[in-house]
Write a protein that binds this ligand. Structure first.
Ligand SMILES: *Cc1c(COP(=O)(O)O)cnc(C)c1O
Length: 385
């Protein structure tokens, strides 16, 4: 057996399942073509007004087009679309905003925050100290946040979460930050596609210094990160913290695939994002009618995410892990943290959430759903490209 054997197996397997993992999406054939183009093994390095590598004249045009379109899509003054991942976009952004004040506030992991900001991960790499953003019932406690910013002398507030179902009161956060002279960054990794499509937190950039995130969760792109800001001084720092600081080679084929997906977003982002959020609401409602219990209070989800309740799963002997395994036996892929995402099936033009709810509930009740799921997989048809 060689690698090609497993690659073919892999592709065949993935064609015959539904992916409902909250942090993933599917690439269009055009984006895939870009990703496997000759650019995959090339370099590019812009120095002042020339490229240090020959052969890059068409790539230079793609990168220019990409930055132009990203700014248009997010209505942003400045963009940096080269980061290799959301995590690296975050690293670059934090390096560009954290100054002498090393006190940072972020949503904790148990409240659904990104582990990178706590557990001495980026804290140790960049050298800051994280305080918990006061958080309850899927919402920031703004009065408590104000107290914390004041007493802990917070220099930077990091918004955004990995378990992310509810938007923030950005105006209120902006007021707090102004009052105590703190910076605000918005990690939109999970929701970049929904923000681009104007279906969630449309004021994320308006009330923050930097909006950044992954390009491949609800966004249509290959794995990567983008950074947006309206502040030219911050932008200069961002550019400065990119090449030779947090990365060198930018993976040209990835940049080209991202450029394709940004064009798709410009054309279809609004329709797609609205459909994702609508499908989330309909799936939650349908599960509710079947008495399939979700995480308490999470029924309000405004994003692509649906959160499972491990206590309810345990009534049938499941944990997040074993329920995910049982779902996979029934050809639906979800993660093992209790999240379900509607974004990829929406892109595959699957909008019958009653049927999906039945499949999830019947899996829970250990019933045979072979025919239902197979017929649904047969109906997968990639849209928005
Ligand atoms: C996924 C995620 C990241 C990391 O993004 P990658 O593209 O996987 O590097 C950062 N922050 C949040 C909130 C995330 O959900």
């Amino acid at each position: 057996m060689d690698s090609m054997y497993y690659i073919k197996k892999y592709n065949e397997y993935r064609k015959n399942v539904l992916n409902m993992q909250a942090s993933e999406n599917v690439l269009s054939p055009n984006a895939k073509m870009a990703l496997s183009s000759d650019m995959a093994s090339r370099y590019s390095l812009k120095i002042e007004n020339y490229n240090a590598y020959g052969g890059t004249l068409y790539f230079d045009e793609i990168l220019k087009l990409l930055e132009y379109n990203v700014k248009k899509l997010f209505n942003a003054g400045f963009s940096e679309s080269r980061p290799l991942s959301g995590h690296i976009a975050s690293e670059i952004s934090l390096l560009s905003i954290i100054n002498n004040n090393k006190n940072v506030a972020a949503v904790s992991e148990e409240d659904g925050g990104y582990p990178g900001y706590t557990n001495s991960n980026l804290e140790r790499v960049i050298g800051f100290r994280t305080y918990k953003i006061p958080y309850k019932n899927f919402s920031i406690d703004y009065d408590e946040l104000e107290k914390s910013v004041k007493t802990n002398k917070i220099g930077t507030v990091i918004l955004g979460q990995s378990m992310f179902i509810k938007s923030y009161d950005m105006k209120r956060i902006h007021e707090i930050a102004e009052k105590y002279n703190s910076g605000v960054v918005y990690d939109g990794s999970h929701v970049m596609g929904l923000i681009a499509g104007n279906a969630f937190q449309t004021d994320a950039l308006k009330y923050s210094d930097i909006l950044f995130g992954s390009t491949h969760k609800t966004f249509f792109g290959p794995q990567g990160g983008i950074i947006l800001t309206d502040n030219d001084e911050i932008y200069d720092k961002i550019v400065n913290n990119t090449i030779f600081k947090t990365m060198d080679n930018i993976n040209l084929s990835r940049v080209a695939a991202l450029s394709v997906s940004v064009e798709e977003m410009l054309k279809y982002g609004d329709k797609y994002a609205k459909n994702v959020v609508k499908n989330t609401g309909e799936l939650i409602k349908a599960l509710n009618e079947l008495k399939f219990k979700l995480l308490d209070g999470s029924e309000i989800s405004e994003t692509h995410q649906i959160l499972l309740d491990e206590k309810f799963l345990s009534e049938k002997g499941y944990s997040f892990l074993t329920f995910s395994e049982e779902m996979e036996r029934n050809k639906i892929i979800i993660d093992r943290f209790g999240r379900i995402g509607t974004q990829e099936i929406t892109r595959y033009n699957i909008n019958d959430m009653n049927e999906i709810a039945y499949i999830i509930n019947d899996t829970y009740n250990k019933l045979n759903i072979n025919n239902e799921i197979n017929s649904m997989i047969d109906r997968k048809e990639l849209k928005y490209w």
